[in-house]
Design a protein around this ligand. Structure first.
Ligand SMILES: [Zn+2]
Length: 217
C-alpha cells in the first residue's frame, strides 16, 4: 500500500492518476470508499450511513472496516494508493494493524515536498476565463493579448476567493502541522520517501515511478 502525502496544489491527484496508469495501482479516497460502501449496503456501509445521517463524523473503525472490505476485491491486487487517510498518527497505527493482520503493510509513504512561498505564488496567481474556463496565471501563463482570453476571446476573468496568498499560507500551515506526526511515523518505519514536488510533472512522475518500482505497492 502506498500513502501519498502532499499539500493542496502539490499535484497529488495528477500523480496518483499517473501511478494508476504506470503501475496499475488503484487510488482509494476515503470519501469515495464510504459512498461506495453506503451504496452497496455492506455492514460497514450501513453503519457509515447511520453516522453520516446523524451529521457526525465517521469513526476510524468504520473507515478501516470499509477499507478492509474494499481491499479484498480483485481489482486492487496490484496495490492501492490511499488518499485522505490516515490523517493522524493514531489512524496510521490503526491502519498498520489492519494491514499486518492481512500480512501486508505500508510499502511506501511518499511526501510530495513543496517550497511554501513558491507554492503561495503559484496558487495565488491563478485565474480563469469566465467564458470558457481556460486557466491563466499572473506570472506563468498570461493571455497573449492582455485582458483577452486566448481561447474564446472573452474579456471577463474570475479568481477563486480562496486562492489568495493568505488563504494559501494558512492551508499550508494546517497541512504541515497535521502531517508532521504522520511523516515521523513513516520515517520511523523506514518507508518514508521525500519527493521534490516543485519540478516538472514528468520529473515528479519519474521520481515516484522509481520508488514504486522498487517497492511493491
Ligand atoms: Zn475563454
Amino acid at each position: 500500500m502506498l500513502i501519498l502525502l502532499g499539500p493542496p496544489g502539490a499535484g497529488k491527484g495528477t500523480q496518483a492518476r499517473m501511478l494508476e496508469e504506470d503501475f496499475g495501482l488503484v487510488q482509494l479516497s476515503t470519501g469515495d470508499l464510504l459512498r461506495a460502501a453506503v451504496a452497496a449496503g455492506t455492514e460497514a456501509g450501513r453503519k457509515a450511513k447511520a453516522v453520516m445521517e446523524s451529521g457526525q463524523l465517521v469513526s476510524d473503525e468504520i473507515v478501516l472496516a470499509v477499507l478492509k472490505d474494499r481491499m479484498a476485491e480483485p481489482d486492487v491486487s496490484r496495490g492501492v494508493i490511499l488518499d485522505g487517510f490516515p490523517r493522524t498518527a493514531g489512524q496510521a497505527a490503526a491502519l498498520d494493524a489492519l494491514l499486518a493482520a492481512a500480512g501486508e503493510g505500508v510499502t511506501a509513504a511518499v511526501s510530495l515536498e513543496v517550497d511554501d512561498e513558491a507554492m503561495v505564488g503559484r496558487v495565488s496567481g491563478r485565474y480563469t476565463c469566465a467564458g470558457c474556463g481556460e486557466g491563466y496565471h499572473d506570472s506563468f501563463k498570461m493571455p497573449a493579448v492582455p485582458g483577452t482570453c486566448d481561447k474564446c476571446g472573452g474579456t471577463a476573468f474570475k479568481r477563486r476567493a480562496d486562492d489568495n496568498a493568505e488563504t494559501v499560507r494558512e492551508r499550508l500551515r494546517a497541512y504541515h502541522s497535521q502531517t508532521a506526526p504522520l511523516i515521523a511515523h513513516y520515517d520511523r518505519q523506514g518507508v518514508l520517501h521525500r519527493v521534490d514536488a516543485m519540478g516538472a510533472i514528468a520529473e515528479i512522475r519519474a521520481a515516484l515511478g522509481e520508488i514504486v518500482g522498487r517497492v511493491a505497492a
